[in-house]
Design a protein around this ligand. Sequence first.
Ligand code: SAH
Length: 382
Amino acid sequence: MTSFSDSIQQKTDFSVEEICSLLETTGEGNTASLFSHACRVKNAHARRGVHFRGIIELSNICERDCLYCGIRRSNLDVTRFQMTKQQILDAAAWTHKAGYGSLVIQAGERRDAGFIDFIEEMLREIKKLSGGALGITLSLGEQSKDVYARWFEAGAHRYLLRIETSDPELYRQIHPPGYSFEERVACLGFLRETGYQVGTGVMIGLPGQTVAQLASDILFFKENDIDMIGMGPYIPHHSTPMFQKPLELSVDSRFKLGLNMIAVTRIVLRDVNIAATTALQALKSDGRELGLQAGANIIMPNVTSTEYRTGYQLYDNKPCMDENSEVCRDNLVAGIKNAGETVIYGQWGDSKHFCKRKGIESSHDSATVSQLSGHARRLEQC
Ligand code: SAH
């Protein structure tokens, strides 16, 4: 039985073995006590309430060929799309009007000059249309330090780059030859040096993945001083090479392990932002709400133009394919209320961990903090 004595509640240093034993929590009573402990930690140390980041999946064109991903370059069954400038700005304006404090811009990976310029221009336009009010997270893969800096200067201030797994050998198994784990880690360093709030994460329940590897993933987040976590269960996509690989865990077990990962990451890392991801919802319709109850505090509702949603399927059974942004929001808000959580509108909801490492502690500071990035940057709610 997992018990959370006062000493565990105060604990900040966990060994791999201790993390494994928490991750292996099973049974209704034990799991409920793990999750309620994680929520106590969340309420004591992390940003309060639930923050929305509207996600625009603006293109499925991808140079990469990751063996698990439905939009990999070699998947010729996918009709490739790229949202237009106007469609992106309309989605951003909708997000702003809906009171979501932030946007996430995600796409397949491209490193050509045309794409880099396009993103830079979009960032400036989005900042303009919201009078600087929308916070912007990017999730556009591995880029050069120079590109990260250009996008930061143009207005992005958070970046999500999942490490996928912190085990170099497992990383090698799920990517084509030549993809470098070390380069991906180096990118996380570049992002941090540039001044971004840095997000990473892993897939949970990959073929051959052990609980000890997941425990090491949590320690990787800690050692790399990560500010934000986005992680979710691995879900096979029918036209990828990994679809053939047998899975050790059932859908139910991968889902439960996904929730346990959120709870244990919250307990070990405390003050980071953790997203309840769409992959949880793909396995269970109220998966994201359950993610909040396990210790997450961020949700990324889809605000992509409905006509492109089916084109962005990284895995099978992705939910919310034909619902427009209003319907997605209304269902979600009702579910969150049912889960006893509160949505916070109109704020960036920055990671407290980031604010602390930057030495900004005041609770309602919206001053211009120019020393952070070399140019004026408004840090809300740090
Ligand atoms: N091109 C960007 C965005 C990638 S998509 C980048 O490389 O960072 C965002 C995330 O979706 C990936 O990092 C991966 O963790 C997740 N993903 C991809 N395929 C998946 C699958 N089959 N099951 C679950 N998650 C998947």
